[in-house]
Design a protein around this ligand. Sequence first.
Ligand SMILES: [Zn+2]
Length: 213
Amino acid sequence: MQITSEVYALDSTRGNYAYLVMGEETFLIDTGRPGQGNGILNDLETIGIKPDKIQHILITHHDVDHVGSLAFMQSETKAKTWASAGDIPYIYQDIKRPGIKRLISFIMRVEKPDKINTYPDGKLGIDEVEVISTPGHTPGHVCLLYKDILFAGDLFKTSRGEITPMNSIMNWDDEVLRSSLELIQGYEFSWVCPAHGEPLKVDGELDLENLMK
Ligand SMILES: [Zn+2]
């Protein structure tokens, strides 16, 4: 599904969207669950882009529905991968994921990915991407701002045209998450592209107060 002239939500990952951005540089945001790699390749073919044209893979956080097909996509694209310092140890499986996520990891096995580079603070140096540190759902969760589009990862989700909270049981720290929601309200964008739920056009300032209760 095309969102803007440069941005696509990859249909095969609907439910836990990965996105494709074709700007000055071409990059993927997240990689879906384990086993979704071939679906992503099909989506790329439909859009008309060869896998080896993907230059970067940007990861929002360590959850299995975001890094599940990372190893597969790395080998198909040879793209350079980026994630936050806070979440990289979980992606490499050097640190066990806490709580219910440990069980999910046990059920949903993720192949260990190849090299991951650590996000710098602020501008990434890839097109106009800005990395915004938004911990809470995971310790190193980030949102990615590209022009007027916010790739929100799992900071929140959308449901029936509204921004709604992630289930608290899936969050690493609700208190930390609240500060991240507050932080993101200070940014301006006209599209919100979440992983869970559909992309949403937002007009004016984002009001996330009801998510902070
Ligand atoms: Zn998720």
